[in-house]
Design a protein around this ligand. Structure first.
Ligand SMILES: [Zn+2]
Length: 308
C-alpha cells in the first residue's frame, strides 16, 4: 500500500510545472531566521519567511482567492505543510494559530473546507447557474429529504465566495476547531477525493486524508477548472507544491539509499561468511603433500625474488 502510494505520488509530483530545485539542492547547513534568529534550513516555520539565502528566490504564486489557514497549536510547526502556502503566496495566504481565527468582515463571502455532514462539493456549487437555481430547487425537492437538506446548504454557498478557510491539524484536532462558535455558520465545502503523497501518513487515516498544502492545491485546481470553461488547468498553481515536491524527493532518495545500503550490508556479510567458510575448509583439507607443495612454491618464489 505504501509502495503504491509512493509510486502514484511520485508520478503526480514529477509531472508538475515547478521552478528548479537547484538552489535548494545547493544549500548546505542551516542559517538564522531573519526574523527570530532560530536556526533553520530553508525557511522559518514559525515566522513563515525564507532564510536570507532564499530571499526573493522562492517561486511566488498569485491566487484567485484569499486563503486563511487555522493551525491547531498542537500541530508540530516543523511538520506542517501549511507554511509552504504562506511562503509561496504571502499576499494571499494568512496562517492563524488556534484559538486565533480570522476576523471575517460581514460583507465577505467565506467558505470553510471541512467534510462536515452538510458539506457540499465544489462541483455542485458551480453546477447550478444562478438564474436556474429556483427551478433546480423545485426539481431537487422531488428527489427526497437528503437532497432537500443539501439544497438548503447549496443556497447559502454562492459561487462568488472570495475567501476560503482551511484547517491544518490532525483529524481529532480539526473537529475541535470546526466546533468553535466563531466558525459556526460558515458553509462547508468537501474536496473531491484524492490520494495523498505525504510520507508521514497518519495512523488509521485513509490515504485520502491530504496534507494541507495538497488540499489547498487540489482545491485551486478544481476551482480553476470550474471557473474557466475556456482555459483548462495549465499548471499555474503547481509551484504551491514547490517545497512539498522537493521534500518528497529528498525522502524518496533517502529511502532508496537506506534500502540500497541495507542490501549492500547483507551482501557484504554473506561474502565475509562465505570467505571464512572457504578458508576453514581449505585448512582442514590440506594434506601433508599439499602443505609441502605450498612450502616449495613459496621457497621458489623467494629465490626468484632474491636473484632478480
Ligand atoms: Zn523565525
Amino acid at each position: 500500500m505504501d509502495e503504491d502510494r509512493r509510486a502514484s505520488g511520485g508520478l503526480l509530483l514529477k509531472n508538475l510545472k515547478l521552478a528548479s530545485h537547484s538552489i535548494l539542492e545547493s544549500m548546505n547547513g542551516r542559517s538564522p531566521c531573519p526574523n527570530c534568529k532560530a536556526s533553520r534550513k530553508f525557511y522559518c516555520y514559525t515566522c513563515y519567511v525564507p532564510v536570507e539565502e532564499l530571499k526573493d528566490k522562492v517561486p511566488q504564486v498569485k491566487l484567485p482567492l484569499k486563503i486563511d489557514i487555522i493551525k491547531h497549536p498542537k500541530e508540530i510547526d516543523g511538520k506542517s505543510t501549511a507554511v509552504h502556502a504562506g511562503l509561496i503566496s504571502p499576499n494571499d495566504v494568512t496562517i492563524y494559530t488556534f484559538p486565533c481565527i480570522p476576523d471575517f468582515e460581514s460583507s465577505e463571502k467565506v467558505v470553510l473546507v471541512f467534510p462536515s455532514k452538510d458539506a457540499v462539493k465544489l462541483d455542485d456549487i458551480f453546477k447550478v447557474p444562478k438564474d436556474d437555481k429556483k427551478e433546480g430547487k423545485e426539481d431537487d425537492k422531488k428527489e427526497g429529504k437528503e437532497d432537500d437538506k443539501k439544497e438548503g446548504v447549496k443556497e447559502q454557498i454562492d459561487s462568488s465566495f472570495t475567501r476560503v478557510v482551511f484547517i491544518d491539524s490532525t483529524w481529532n484536532q480539526s473537529n475541535q476547531i470546526f466546533r468553535d462558535e466563531r466558525l459556526k455558520g460558515l458553509p462547508c465545502i468537501i474536496l473531491n477525493s484524492r490520494e495523498t503523497c505525504f510520507w508521514r501518513t497518519q495512523k488509521d487515516k485513509p490515504n485520502t486524508y491530504l496534507a494541507t498544502i495538497e488540499a489547498i492545491y487540489y482545491f485551486l485546481v478544481d476551482y480553476h477548472n470550474l471557473t474557466h470553461d475556456d482555459i483548462p488547468y495549465d499548471g499555474r498553481y503547481d509551484n504551491l507544491l514547490y517545497f512539498y515536491a522537493f521534500m518528497y524527493k529528498v525522502v524518496e532518495k533517502s529511502n532508496e539509499e537506506k534500502k540500497h545500503e541495507g542490501m549492500e550490508n547483507i551482501r557484504k556479510r554473506k561474502r565475509q561468511d562465505w570467505e571464512e567458510k572457504i578458508r576453514n575448509k581449505k585448512l582442514d583439507n590440506l594434506d601433508d603433500v599439499e602443505k609441502e607443495k605450498c612450502k616449495q612454491n613459496n621457497d621458489d618464489s623467494n629465490k626468484k625474488a632474491g636473484s632478480s
